[in-house]
Write a protein that binds this ligand. Structure first.
Ligand code: PLP
Length: 398
């Protein structure tokens, strides 16, 4: 099919295909809606009936075990949200105030915020067209250019600051090139903390995302594939790191039947039992939800297969994605104006759609932050449109 010639033609082409996959949007079809069953009500009610609603209770332990098991990890530490999980993860691996932390510019702001909370500096790097995530090849040549060895790791020869850590993010659930990244991390002595917030249940070469870094993080915010209302889990195989994360998350209190002793300034980041109860019920649905999301993704892919104006982003090679959010990638050269006509038209028609996040280096409070060349991310930014992605859309009869 010929490339759409006008903004309106592009919109019409996309609308026609959405109606094939999703049917008419008599009521607005949300981008991603949470789904709850009877077990959720039963377990949350159990918390209320027993009075165990807050920071202790058996659902927290079970939720941690369930999430760790689903993510091929030995330990899970449940906290109030994914951002807090990232902050604690970066802290316990030893990120110090003034360190530079390599993060993709194409990410949700939480990745950068966690870095800021520690007094560290986000250093923005570019993305790969085939994964949408951090590009290890570009990163390697960049670090060869700006890096120099220092007494305690890699240093940025321009700023003089230590570069201690790299935080890959699996965009919309699609795993980054984790082998490539591991090679770069080894070569330059960088720690890896995985922002796997969107990638619960996604796999790279058969192994779960979140289990590749020293620590990994998943989110259970209301818009993620399964939810605790709000929540996050830190994943690790390292017992000492997991223990320290848990300790810090619970005011650094030394366990004692009645005394209140604390051995360092801590946080109150523990996930309440009430939320964990919701999480236990939701985790039981994870596999089925991923199956449905993969069916939906395939329907989108089929519907757009012959369309010259855009293609559906599909999982990278070696990866099995949870397809958290479906992404339409507009043809190269599509203008911002055309994208905005499309977004406006889809939302008016009742198909909730949205652009990818504004790139981190374009946010005003990052104007002075260090950065690599970000050409690929800048190009992708104006071409990505997320489409309705709730798992239950796979049950529609279209
Ligand atoms: C959702 C998300 C987080 C964590 O968000 P919370 O709302 O704090 O749980 C972190 N990074 C990315 C990329 C996310 O999408």
């Amino acid at each position: 099919m010929a490339r759409p010639r006008t903004d309106i033609e592009l919109l019409a082409g996309v609308l026609e295909r959405l109606s094939c996959v999703l049917g008419p949007a008599d009521k607005p079809i949300p981008l991603h809606a949470p789904e709850f069953g009877d077990l959720e009500k039963e377990l949350v009610t159990d918390c209320i009936n027993t009075g165990w609603v807050s920071s202790v209770g058996s659902y927290v332990d079970q939720f941690e075990r369930d999430v760790a098991a689903a993510c091929d990890s030995t330990y899970g530490v449940a906290v109030v949200n994914g951002t807090a999980a990232l902050e604690l993860a970066l802290k316990v691996v030893g990120v110090r105030q003034g360190d530079e932390i390599l993060i993709p510019t194409l990410t949700f702001v939480a990745t950068a915020n966690a870095v800021h909370r520690l007094g560290a500096i986000p250093h923005f790097v570019d993305s790969a067209e085939d994964t949408l995530g951090l590009d290890p090849v570009a990163l390697s040549s960049y670090l060869r250019d700006i890096g120099k060895p220092g007494p305690d790791g890699l240093y940025n020869r321009k700023s003089g600051r230590r570069i201690s850590c790299v935080v890959p993010m699996h965009v919309f659930g699609h795993p980054v090139d984790l082998d490539g990244l591991a090679n770069v991390a080894d070569e330059f002595g960088l720690m890896v903390v995985e922002d796997s917030a969107e990638a619960l249940g996604s796999r790279y070469k058969g192994r779960a995302c979140g289990s590749f870094g020293r620590l990994g993080v998943v989110s259970f915010n209301g818009n993620k594939i399964v939810t605790t209302g709000g929540g996050g889990v830190i994943l690790s195989d390292d017992e000492a790191l997991a223990r320290r994360a848990k300790h810090l998350s619970t005011t650094a209190k030394i366990p004692h039947p009645w005394a209140f002793e604390h051995d360092e300034p801590g946080y109150n980041y523990r996930l309440p039992n009430l939320n964990a109860a919701l999480g236990v019920a939701q985790m039981g649905q994870l596999d089925q939800r991923i199956e449905k999301k993969r069916v939906l993704a395939q329907r989108y892919a089929d519907a757009f297969a012959e369309f010259a104006g855009a293609r559906m982003f599909s999982e990278p090679t070696a990866a099995e994605s949870n397809y958290w959010l479906n992404a339409l990638v507009l043809a190269p050269g599509t203008t911002y104006a055309a994208r905005n006509v499309l977004l406006e038209g889809l939302n008016v028609a009742g198909y909730m759609a949205r652009p990818v996040w504004t790139l981190m280096h374009k946010l005003p409070f990052h104007s002075a932050s260090p950065r690599a060349s970000l050409k690929v991310a800048e190009n992708l930014e104006q071409r990505i449109v997320n489409l309705p992605s709730s798992a239950n859309l796979a049950d529609l009869p279209y």
